[in-house]
Design a protein around this ligand. Structure first.
Ligand code: MF3
Ligand code: CO
Length: 295
């Protein structure tokens, strides 16, 4: 039996990935490398998490909608807009593009997008009573299902003139994601990527939330692995071509501690009430690095 308990084709049989090629010309080399690493005691995730060429095409079509939504938000967001209006934009955009907002009804979540303002770390719920004002920093976290494929990304939007230290938080958080991306390549442990993200944040004097992180994604909203941004370099599962996951650190200006006691059961805030920022991208690991799918 193989390292992940899944059957492997014979070397002249067709590859498991649906490419139509012989196994020996397709995934066999990578599969053997995974087998060896697993034997050496590294954490190696099962091959059924790896995305086929067809999966990646589907995820890209979904991601196109996700990116389109966030572009649309960027063009229209301003002081005076309510977060309910952002939710409406999301619904209209999805409807016009034959897509479904993945957040809606996800584990009972009541809206189609997350809108997290200032000290809200994540899962801010859009509301007609919540009006954006000059100086706010807002994360809009969008997730799309199209033809059964999932995409997920989020951006920060600064409303008008923002306090310079708040702007630095937003910028450093984005730079931390870029540092993570620069570290991504196959056959290294995931911790090498997340430690690169964490270092940019902590070097800048900010703190990284431990309770939330990124995730595998593609055929489902949240797949393995969990992508913790407090994970140390040299630890965690080995990155393999075809793995698809998000990089989405939540970065606090003050303490890393969070408050999860909102009566709505969703909205997470910084414990100290200081602002927090997040950017999220979705990638697939390739033979020589990564491809950005959603941002
Ligand atoms: N989009 C979030 C993520 O990055 C998940 C939001 S789930 C919801 O994983 F239910 F709060 F919408
Ligand atoms: Co995500």
């Amino acid at each position: 039996m193989s390292f992940d308990g899944l059957p492997s084709p014979g070397r002249n049989d067709k590859c498991w990935c649906g490419s139509g090629q012989k196994y020996k010309k397709c995934h066999q080399k990578n599969d053997l490398r995974m087998e060896v690493l697993a034997g050496q005691g590294f954490e190696v995730l099962p091959r059924d998490l790896l995305k086929t060429a067809e999966d990646i095409e589907g995820i890209k079509r979904s991601a196109e909608v996700n990116v389109g939504v966030l572009d649309y938000v960027g063009e229209h967001i301003a002081a005076g807009v309510t977060t309910e209006e952002i939710d409406q934009w999301v619904n209209e955009y999805c409807q016009a593009h034959d897509a479904i907002p993945a957040d809606l009804d996800y584990e009972g979540y009541p809206k189609s997008v997350c809108t997290s303002i200032n000290e809200v770390v994540c899962h801010g719920i859009p509301s007609p009573d919540e009006v954006l004002k000059e100086g706010d920093i807002v994360n809009v976290d969008m997730s799309t299902i199209k033809d059964g494929y999932f995409s997920d990304s989020s951006r920060m939007y600064c409303i008008g003139e923002v306090d310079p230290e708040w702007k630095r938080l937003v910028d450093v958080t984005k730079q931390s994601v870029e540092a993570g991306l620069a570290a991504v390549k196959p056959w290294i442990p995931l911790g090498d990527v997340t430690a690169a993200v964490n270092k940019v944040c902590t070097d800048a004097g900010f703190s990284v939330v431990a309770e939330f992180g990124g995730h595998g994604i593609g055929l489902e909203f949240h797949e393995d692995p969990f992508v913790s941004f407090v994970r140390e370099a040299g630890t965690g599962p080995i990155l393999v071509p075809g793995m698809c996951f998000t990089i989405e650190p939540m970065v606090n200006m003050g303490d890393a501690a969070i408050d999860m006691n909102d009566p709505n059961g969703w909205t997470v805030r910084t414990a100290d009430g200081l602002p927090t920022a997040q950017w999220e991208v979705q990638i697939v690991v390739t033979e020589d690095g990564y491809e950005l799918l959603s941002w």
